[in-house]
Design a binder for this molecule. Structure first.
Ligand SMILES: Cc1ncc(COP(=O)(O)O)c(C=O)c1O
Ligand SMILES: N[C@@H](CCOP(=O)(O)O)C(=O)O
Length: 463
């Protein structure tokens, strides 16, 4: 399998190269040159299989010979050993045909662990084999950063810098990033919002002198391997509810569009998904795009679901690439316009295709709190605010016949203040994290400018 850039001007890469490269050198994102498919029998055969075995079968066509089968099985085994649920990503029934896919049983209590634990193992094996070291820089609205710290702390071949928006992540998220004591991980509190951090990251990749000088790599969903790992739980959950002999729908709390894009990939691979529903908080660029076809940035408004406080949804570019029949030049023009003018309009053809595949809905702050409260009272399920956004929007898109699976993307204990305010219950952290608030913090405040951040990184690694 070869990987190509959404902007059509960067070299084709293997899986391993794409994983270690991050952003394509033309500013685009790597995607597989074709979507491999699984047969109905292959998908049906996933019923009753272990998560790791399904992961092997789903990812193998994308990974090719980057790892031997034995090596890849060992990587998968190590990646998911730290999950605190045997099913890894269990399904919980909310009512007759509404299910919650719990993605927060990994070490840092959010869905990011599902991919990040795996990427940590894959980087370690690949870098050791190549005898290379890299500098990973990540942008986070809270969860990617903590998952990356956990996956890469203590690794000799990696220096990790995580940029998070100062004052805009929950206390638990911040402490997960600022309390690891390993000297190879660095938390950077950036003046700005998540979009500032992600734009800085992309600018670093586009600054070839810096990029090549520090051997820059990325573990945001810029990295194709992140998205790929998230495809697996669409298969495990759908098959548990009767796929491929029955269709299912998914509602996905959405910000950077990586998680729901993984659902789109599962559908391209042959999983019978009926609707993919984009659920946004008040930062609703994607919902507005679905309504009008105008993809227009506005400022980010802080919310009680902070991980979704995003207006520049990086992975939307991967979808637009398909909506424009994989014409890299057209994609480059649209995303250049987004950067310079703050918006672009989808063509009628592209908008039609978008609406054929996706639905969307928006959830206000009040509706998020009300959903947490009503779900706690009705089912006993304590939702994190992001999952509550999903449940509220899912309820508006259920058809009564097709099972709806809403992705529960984080544990409520990562957002205790919002949950307590909403339903009166203080969600407890697991015992292994009970002393989180007593640990020493280590972070550096930095201006949200390219010069300030790249200087700091170069100084720290001695480049
Ligand atoms: C808890 C949580 N829910 C939902 C999202 C949105 O996911 P995505 O950025 O893949 O759309 C994020 C951030 O990525 C998150 O951390
Ligand atoms: N919500 C994310 C934002 C970054 O998304 P990613 O999937 O591109 O890493 C976060 O928690 O950081």
């Amino acid at each position: 399998m070869k990987y190509i850039s959404t902007r059509g001007q960067a070299p084709e890469l293997t899986f391993e190269e794409a994983m270690l490269t991050g952003l394509a050198r033309d500013g685009g994102l790597y995607v597989p040159e074709t979507w491999p498919t699984l047969s109905v029998d292959e998908i049906a055969g996933f019923a009753g299989q272990k998560y790791e075995d399904v992961a092997f079968a789903v990812m193998k066509p994308f990974i090719g010979d980057t790892f031997s089968d034995a090596e890849f099985r060992e990587i998968l085994a190590k990646s998911y050993a730290s999950f605190e649920h045997d099913a890894r990503c269990p399904l919980v029934q909310l009512d007759e045909n509404h299910f919650l896919l719990e993605l927060f049983h990994g070490p840092t209590l959010a869905f990011k662990d599902v991919a990040m634990q795996l990427i940590g193992q894959m980087f370690e094996v690949a870098l050791k084999r190549r005898g290379e070291t890299v500098t990973i820089v990540g942008a986070t609205s809270g969860d990617t950063g903590s998952a990356a710290m956990e996956a890469f702390k203590g690794l000799d071949a990696v220096n990790l810098f995580i940029m998070y928006p100062h004052g805009r992540v929950s206390d638990v998220q911040r402490l997960q990033m600022t309390t690891p004591s390993e000297s190879n991980v660095h938390a950077l509190a950036v003046d700005g919002d998540f979009d500032t951090c992600q734009a800085l990251l992309k600018d670093m990749f586009n600054d070839f002198e810096f990029r090549d000088g520090v051997k820059l790599a990325g573990v945001n969903s810029i990295n194709w391997a992140r998205v790929l790992a998230q495809v697996v739980y669409y298969f495990t959950s759908a098959v548990a509810l009767g796929a491929p002999h029955r269709k299912v729908s998914f509602t996905v709390p959405t910000g950077n569009f990586g998680d729901i894009f993984a659902g789109y990939v599962a559908k391209r691979m042959g999983l019978p998904i009926d609707r993919l529903v984009i659920a946004t908080n008040q930062n609703d660029i994607l919902h507005r795009t679905m309504e009008s076809g105008d993809h227009a940035k506005t400022g980010v408004t802080p919310s009680i679901s902070p991980s979704m406080d995003i207006q520049v949804s990086s992975n939307f570019e991967r979808l637009v690439f398909d909506l424009y029949d994989r014409e890299g030049l057209a994609v480059a023009q649209l995303f250049d316009a987004l950067k310079t003018d703050g918006n672009f309009a989808l063509s009628q053809g592209a908008l039609g295709k978008l609406r054929d595949e996706f639905d969307s809905g928006r959830c206000s702050e009040g509706e998020t709190s009300a959903t947490i409260k009503s779900m706690a009272a009705r089912t006993g399920e304590i939702l994190c605010p992001h999952s509550a956004v999903g449940v509220k929007v899912a309820n508006e898109h259920r058809d009564g016949a097709t099972p709806m699976i809403t992705l529960a993307t984080a544990h409520p204990a990562k957002f205790p203040a919002a949950v307590k305010d909403a339903c009166g219950i203080h969600p407890e952290l697991p015992p292994r994290m009970a002393d989180l608030f007593d640990r020493d913090e280590r972070f550096t405040r930095v201006d949200g400018t390219l010069d300030a951040v790249t200087k700091l990184i170069k100084d720290r690694i001695g480049a």
